[in-house]
Design a binder for this molecule. Structure first.
Ligand SMILES: CC(C)(COP(=O)(O)OP(=O)(O)OC[C@H]1O[C@@H](n2cnc3c(N)ncnc32)[C@H](O)[C@@H]1OP(=O)(O)O)[C@@H](O)C(=O)NCCC(=O)NCCS
Length: 285
């Protein structure tokens, strides 16, 4: 099969969105898991957003003038994030996935990104093998948790919408925990009204860009994270990602009726430091 990878343009979102839905749905069905994206529209909307975003590098793979897959590199922060990658089920296992991965890794090299990361669905042996062979290391596992929102008041922990004036404090907190800030994503979340901060004794001790799969949270302690989780009205599907190394928080989620959707692995190339503090990654990192 003759495959070429090119930069995506706006009009590609319809076919790339359909393929993204089909690729993930086929994979989930094969393993007896629920679908990551319940409908074509649920997969296509994020694909359209990713293609149109000025700080996300989008590529598609074509064969015989037909789109057969897509991949993305989120360049909003110090660390670049890959995904979602998908290849048309009819064209899988013929190296298009490898070419789409090589294209974004090459882009990251050209942009001199200090680190590149992704979260890989653990039940998919093929992507695990592919990413590892491309040089990515597994750093940890994360359970996507979903269910009825916990909605419990936590006296002493005040959660409120984040405002622009909070940005510097939140960036400093993220740098303390991860060694780098995620200011591009946080700025967007503040502007869209999705970001929240938690305050303890009048001081910001945590923030979230939204509790859910596509957003991240950083906090000083697990109780700060719990307050942010308890203040959210919707965890979405497949839910927010909890580090399995954080047994205390994972058990608390289970004790409060949340269920595991699936487990993912964080894989990285380049800059990485063990986080020091409480956090929930996004599907990117
Ligand atoms: C992941 C995906 C993009 C890969 O695309 P693809 O075109 O099928 O992949 P390729 O043919 O380029 O590469 C498959 C690789 O997996 C390897 N592989 C296949 N089965 C494997 C297994 N059980 N264990 C280890 N490696 C395996 C192949 O040898 C090949 O690696 P190589 O190129 O180093 O030899 C595609 O399967 C897909 O769309 N999946 C559904 C969506 C998805 O899972 N996205 C990723 C979420 S993390």
């Amino acid at each position: 099969m003759d495959v070429r990878v090119r930069e995506a343009v706006h009009g590609d979102w319809v076919e790339a969105g359909r393929i993204c839905y089909e690729a993930f749905a086929t994979l989930a069905d094969r393993h007896g898991f629920p679908h990551d994206f319940p409908t074509v529209a649920a997969a296509s909307e994020p694909i359209r957003w990713l293609i149109d975003h000025p700080r996300i590098h989008a590529v598609v793979a074509e064969s015989d003038g037909r789109i057969i897959g897509s991949n993305f590199l989120d360049e909003r922060g110090t660390i670049s994030a890959i995904g979602p990658i998908s290849v048309d089920p009819a064209a899988q296992d013929m190296r298009a996935g490898r070419m789409l991965m090589e294209a974004v890794l090459e882009r990251a090299r050209q942009q001199r990104a200090p680190g590149v990361r992704l979260l890989q669905i653990a039940y998919h042996n093929r992507s695990l093998g592919l990413y590892a062979r491309l040089g990515m290391d597994v750093r940890g596992s994360f359970a996507a948790m979903h269910g009825e929102p916990i909605r419990r008041a936590m006296p002493g922990y005040a959660v409120r919408p984040a405002v622009t004036a909070d940005q510097a404090v939140c960036d400093a907190l993220c740098t303390r925990v991860h060694g780098h800030s995620r200011s591009g994503e946080l700025r967007e979340a503040i502007e869209s009204g999705d970001a929240r901060v938690v305050e303890r004794l009048g001081r910001i001790t945590g923030y979230t860009t939204r509790i859910g799969y596509f957003a991240h949270s950083v906090a000083e302690t697990n109780d700060d994270l719990r307050a942010l989780i308890c203040a959210s009205d919707d965890y979405g599907t497949p839910g927010f990602l909890v580090p399995l190394a954080n047994g205390d928080l994972f058990r608390w989620c289970l004790a409060n009726g949340l269920r595991v959707f699936f487990v993912t692995n964080m894989m990285t190339i380049g800059l990485y430091q063990q986080p020091e503090g409480a956090y929930l990654p996004s599907v990117g990192y």
